[in-house]
Design a protein around this ligand. Structure first.
Ligand code: GLU
Length: 486
């Protein structure tokens, strides 16, 4: 029996329909295919299934390609487009027609709709009745010759048994009667999804089709088609779907829905890949990975679970924050250099201070945007107090005066070392006779104007002492107007 281990190296593919953005569910399918191909030393291919002329757009295609490239999921060959391969599908259908395995169907959309309604009313699956299957060869030929509009349908073999062994689910049997003679070619000459998939997967040498379990019935149809063409079918693996923490299909309410949302939210692409791959158990989240290749090395397809994968946007953000805090700070400084406006005081700070700021502040930020939002507190000359914080400044005088006294001993332009900063905090505590929150809270408020932010010891090392003292003085002025210097 083939399993993930004995069957590789796998040639996998991702086959999006360019009808909208890349949703997280489909992104997860792409990620699993990419990692499995890389892990097994195989190839990862990309195919755009753009045969739905009404719904496919170039804009959606570009957006999907952009999302895949943001995730780093580069295919090993140029992407193929089904819309450019129409003659191949026609040839395949002609072969089946000649072998009596397919037939033209002249039923109109209105007739088919009536059939579907009747089946639904009788509580039966909406299957094609097979009306055109029985037309005699002469009638068929005449109607085709007359140019009568027709689709081409697959003639289900009498003993149509499409059981198969799924690499994730094990033995799968699709009940007979789950579907009827299905369409291969539409009346406009464009292929149906099932025909195009089989022709292309065979032509591209795909050895493993790994996709969501919502395609199980399609797989049964495709297996019958492989048999009709006399081709060996690839292996199939169907993963569970992505659901929100309530077990419901992902909806707008469950937060980031598509890759563009992740890009806008400033998430780390490696973290998004890691998180989505981890949901089915195939990757641990304990360690961070340095690259996709690194991740592929740890990817364990045996652990791919059968159940649905529960997606929690907060967990994805938390993992991204871990990547953010472990990143090379020099790159974050560079990103800030490139994105902060030309006049921003950031640009005149020396490199070491910029690095220290990035390192110190990212502990309180999950993304570059969040880090950027914390900067004004350090780059602007004065503190802007938030309205909630300012009320808590009362009773701070003793602590602030004690700290100021300690700072006065240092050179105005110098920045404290971490050791000096913690020594000065100890001194201040002793002088003011307070500790814990009573010590930290007033200092934090005076220096930043807010109640949250970096560790106090780090905070004290991020600004030159004259700047620290000026902030303390401002706070003292607020507490007691009599402290105003004339
Ligand atoms: N175009 C199909 C989809 O987006 C692909 C299904 C498959 O992987 O065969 O659902």
């Amino acid at each position: 029996m083939t399993n993930f281990k004995t069957g590789g190296p796998w040639v996998t593919r991702f086959a999006p329909s360019p009808t909208g953005v890349l949703h997280l569910g489909n992104a997860r399918t792409a990620i699993l295919n990419f990692l499995l191909a890389r892990q097994s030393g195989g190839r990862f291919l990309l195919r755009l299934e753009d045969t739905d002329q009404e719904r496919s757009t170039f804009a959606a295609e570009a957006a999907i390609l952009w999302s895949l490239s943001w995730l780093g999921l580069a295919p090993d060959e140029p992407a193929r487009h089904q819309s450019l391969r129409l003659p191949l599908y026609r040839q395949a259908v002609d072969r089946l027609l000649a072998e009596y395995r397919a037939y033209p169907c002249f039923c109109t959309e209105a007739e088919l709709e009536r059939e579907r309604e009747a089946a639904t009313a009788a509580n039966l699956p909406p299957r094609y009745s097979g009306r055109c299957a029985g037309l005699c060869a002469t009638e068929r030929a005449e109607r085709v010759a007359r140019g009568e509009a027709h689709a081409v349908r697959f003639r289900l073999p009498a003993d149509a048994d499409a059981s198969f062994t799924d690499l994730i689910k094990g033995p799968v049997t699709v009940p007979a009667g789950a579907f009827g003679d299905f369409v291969l070619l539409r009346s406009n000459g464009w292929p149906s999804y099932n025909l195009a998939v089989v022709v292309d997967d065979a032509d591209m040498g795909v050895t493993l089709v790994l996709r969501g379990e919502d395609h199980l019935t399609n797989t049964a149809r495709q297996i019958l088609l492989y048999r009709a063409f006399g081709l060996a079918a690839p292996q199939f693996a169907h993963h569970g779907l992505l659901v929100d923490p309530d077990g419901k299909k992902l909806s707008k309410r469950s937060g980031a829905l598509g890759i563009p949302d992740c890009i806008r939210a400033g998430l780390d692409p490696l973290a998004v890949v890691h998180y989505l791959a981890s949901l089915s158990g195939a990757l641990p989240t304990k360690h961070l990975f340095a690259s996709l290749e690194d991740m592929a090395g740890a990817f364990n397809p045996f652990a791919l679970g059968r159940g649905n994968a529960v997606m929690n946007p907060d967990e994805m953000k938390a993992l991204s924050a871990r990547y953010f805090r472990a990143a090379d700070p020099a790159l974050q400084v560079q990103a800030l250099d490139e994105t902060l406006p030309a006049g921003d005081a950031w640009h005149v700070m020396d490199r070491q201070l910029r690095l220290d700021l990035a390192l110190g502040l990212r502990e309180n930020a999950a993304t570059l945007d969040e880090l950027r939002a914390l900067l004004p507190c350090f780059t602007e000359p004065d503190v802007r107090f938030d309205s909630r914080a300012i009320g808590h400044l009362a009773d701070s005088e003793t602590v602030l005066r004690a700290l100021d006294e300690g700072l006065a001993a240092f050179d105005a332009q110098a920045r404290l070392t971490p050791k000096e900063a913690s020594a000065i905090l100890h001194e201040t505590a002793a002088r003011a006779g307070v500790k814990g929150r009573a010590l930290y809270h007033p200092i934090r408020l005076a220096l930043t104007g807010t109640e949250s932010g970096p560790e106090l010891a780090a905070l004290l090392t991020l600004l030159p002492t004259d700047n620290l003292r000026r902030r303390i003085q401002t706070a003292l002025d607020i507490i007691s107007p009599s402290n105003h210097k004339e």
